[in-house]
Write a protein that binds this ligand. Structure first.
Ligand SMILES: Cc1ncc(COP(=O)(O)O)c(C=O)c1O
Length: 447
């Protein structure tokens, strides 16, 4: 067994060394050996405003000096009210109330619980089922993993998962129906109605999906009108529409919220990641007024939450991050830099393995294939995308790799999610390294 510097950490990789980061600034990470790394994935698509923004740190420190912690069940805080107000304002009034938690998995779990609570208080206690999609990701806790359709992340824990229904993904590059967006009549959205009818509408509580997919499908964007059809079906059967914007939300896709691309308003959105831009663990379930009003008018209690949810330090950080995004026009900048990144990604299509490039704003992905004409996936044994991640890191770029977009069994991807402050020059540097990395890994794989 190799011995590493970190002899007592039980991390993600048990048998390999990962760099120890000692400083972070802007789009760069610095390790303890003095290497500079471009954070092209913003951690796990988290760090939107960039690393080392002093004023966010100061706000957190000041809040800790004032009040570091109070428990939400017993106390309110001005910071919590202010943060909730800022989140709702960013939705332009579509959403009305915010329940803060400490991360993305908690956010989707809370969203599902709020949907259930709404139905109980609305006189429909038989509604409990959640319908989601294959190749989706909603978190690693047992509930969130149950409605996630990320095959590889579910596999070892399946015995603990609830048996929820998963629909085919909204994924035109590999349409499960073998159709094209021009002629499909949104078969992947229509599947929801069939499923609700088969299960019995009186049992179905909520539908959950990512507006722009994350790791499981490498930033795939659904066909036009997909979510409008989903909205109609949800309304027809009193099924709540939950959009998981844990990765998309708070600017990442070039709009404040990705649902704004789809011309619909969901009933609940789940947020995390960009909500604090990585400066503090926080998440939220954000609901429309009708959900709050129904619960308030009946039981008047939402008996859920974790110890650290809604703490004032998290709230103070959320307030400052939202203000910072606005003061520096960073959501608009994300859209503009996203267009530039997209243009550069197109040029990578000259590589034999680059099958598809996709995404919105600064959430972009590449799907690699063995054969562009047939779209056949690469042999999973090659671990192609992991090789890209490793080789890119050796050259000074952190990029997140992912696997499983081809029905969970194959399909290599990488996901870009740099801080919104990235410049065109930094994108050029980054893409130069990715280009070089691809050439090396492709050669090794026999292309
Ligand atoms: C879309 C989506 N939902 C939920 C989660 C889970 O969030 P967390 O890891 O903060 O629990 C993630 C994490 O990557 C995500 O991308």
């Amino acid at each position: 067994m190799p011995t590493y510097d970190n002899d007592h950490v039980l991390g993600f990789h048990l048998n390999r060394q990962t760099p120890s980061i000692v400083k972070a600034e802007g789009v760069y990470l610095y390790d303890d050996k003095g290497n500079r790394i471009i954070d092209a994935s913003g951690g796990a698509i988290v760090c939107s405003i960039g690393h080392g923004v002093r004023e966010i740190v100061d706000v957190a420190a000041e809040q800790m000096k004032k009040v570091a912690y109070v428990f939400r069940r017993a106390f309110q805080s001005p910071e919590l009210e202010a943060a909730a107000g800022k989140v709702c304002e960013a939705t332009k009034g579509d959403m009305d109330r915010v329940f803060f938690v400490s991360g993305g998995s908690e956010a989707t779990e809370t969203a599902v619980k709020l949907a259930r609570k709404y139905h109980i208080d609305n006189g429909n206690p038989s509604k409990f089922r959640v319908i989601s999609r294959w190749q989706s990701y909603h978190g690693a806790t047992m509930g969130a993993l149950s409605w996630s359709g990320f095959t590889s992340r579910r596999a070892e824990f399946t015995p603990y998962l609830n048996d929820f229904v998963h629909l085919p993904p909204a994924y035109c590059y590999r349409c499960w129906y073998g159709k094209s967006p021009e002629t499909c009549d949104l078969a992947c959205a229509q599947a929801l109605e069939n499923e609700i009818l088969c299960l019995g509408p009186e049992t179905v509580s909520a539908y959950i999906a990512e507006p722009v997919s994350g790791h499981a499908l490498g930033a795939a964007f659904p066909p036009d009108e997909h979510f409008k059809r989903i909205r109609q079906i949800c309304d027809r059967y009193d099924v709540l529409m939950i959009l998981d914007e844990v990765m998309n939300g708070v600017g990442r896709t070039g709009k404040w919220f990705a649902y704004q691309y789809h011309g619909v308003v969901p009933d609940i959105i789940a947020l995390a990641k960009g909500l604090s831009a990585g400066y503090y663990p926080v998440g939220a379930a954000v609901v429309r007024a009708k959900i709050y009003d129904t619960i308030a008018a009946h039981s008047g209690i939402f008996g859920s939450g974790h110890t650290y949810g809604g703490n004032p330090v998290a709230a103070a950080v959320v307030c400052r991050v939202i203000d910072y995004l606005k003061e520096h026009n960073l959501v608009e900048r994300c859209a503009a830099m996203g267009d530039y990144l997209a243009m550069k990604l197109e040029t990578l299509k000259s590589h034999p393995t680059v099958g598809d490039v996709r995404g919105k704003g600064l959430q972009r992905g590449i799907e690699f294939v063995k054969d562009k004409a047939t779209r056949a996936a690469l042999d999973p044994q090659i671990h192609f995308s992991q090789q890209i991640q490793d080789e890119a890191l050796r050259r000074g770029v952190h990029i997140e790799s992912s696997f499983g977009c081809d029905r969970g069994q194959a399909g290599d991807m990488i996901i870009f999610g740099p801080p919104f402050i990235i410049t065109e020059e930094q994108i050029d540097d980054l893409m130069g390294i990715i280009d070089e990395t691809l050439t090396v890994v492709e050669k090794r794989a026999g292309f």
